[in-house]
Design a protein around this ligand. Structure first.
Ligand code: 4AZ
Length: 246
């Protein structure tokens, strides 16, 4: 996150980290979002470079350098990547659902133990979710702050941009599909960045946080006329619910 703020522990209880295992340790790779006791959503492009055994999902984290009591880690039981990923254009259909493997001892039908600092995000209702231009929403992640990845979870408030603004030829033109939307500032300055992708863009409706976007791509970070591009969650609700039941 570029020009964001450091969050407080538990302020984004649905935030997860998709990590790459290396020996007994793991390193942050992408964001992810808790959507059920057994599932997280992430960006499809986050799952392209390694086999499923290489990943771990961590929830309940805040400062990646400190081990918290709330932290829980899971291996992947199954990963479902959208079948039309990158179809006709790069980053199109950038959504994936991960089913977590529950550790044998704590198995009670669910992998994640929910608590005050670990919760699922609500998925939006396609009938009432509004992606209106100018609406302020919140993104979060441990991605690049400009020089290096963040240790403490960062967040930023960004307005949703009109498709007409984002599809201008000097912005992204035809690279924005119906499954994407843009959020941020055409003047640059505040944005998601490398290592944030797969994480959440949430908006509040009647006091409830909903997952509107999945951090997906952008040309660099926080550059003028290069806002962040997000996977439009309402466009994929059918696909998401279908795969939640597999
Ligand atoms: C990335 O590489 C990435 N500025 C994520 C978000 C943005 C750019 C790149 C948006 O993960």
């Amino acid at each position: 996150v570029i020009a964001g703020r450091t969050t407080t522990p538990g302020a984004h209880p649905w935030q997860a980290s998709l990590r790459i295992r290396s020996g007994t340790k793991s390193t942050h790779w992408c964001g992810a979002v808790i959507v059920s006791p057994n599932h997280v959503i992430t960006a499809a492009h986050c799952l392209e470079d390694y086999p499923k055994k290489a990943y771990v999902i961590r929830v309940g984290d805040y400062d990646t350098q400190v081990e918290d009591l709330e932290e829980q880690e899971f291996h992947i039981e199954e990963m479902y990547t959208h079948e039309k990923k990158h179809e006709s254009i790069r980053y199109n259909n950038d959504v994936a659902l991960i089913k977590l493997k529950s550790s044998r001892e704590s198995f009670v039908g669910s992998a994640i133990k929910f608590g005050t600092k670990v919760q699922a995000i609500c998925l939006p209702d396609p009938g009432s979710a509004v992606y209106s231009p100018g609406r302020n929403c919140t993104l979060s992640g441990w991605g690049s702050t400009g020089v290096s990845y963040a240790f403490k979870l960062q967040s930023a408030t960004v307005p949703i941009l009109a498709d007409s603004a984002c599809r201008q030829p000097n912005v992204y033109g035809d690279r924005i599909t119906t499954g994407m939307f843009c959020a941020g500032f055409l003047t640059g300055g505040i944005d998601s960045c490398q290592g944030d992708s797969g994480g959440p863009l949430t908006c509040v409706d009647d006091g409830v946080h909903y997952l509107y976007g999945i951090i997906s791509w952008g040309h660099g970070c926080a550059q003028p006329n290069r806002p962040g591009v997000y996977t439009k969650v309402t466009h994929y609700l059918g696909w998401i619910f279908e795969h939640l039941n597999l």
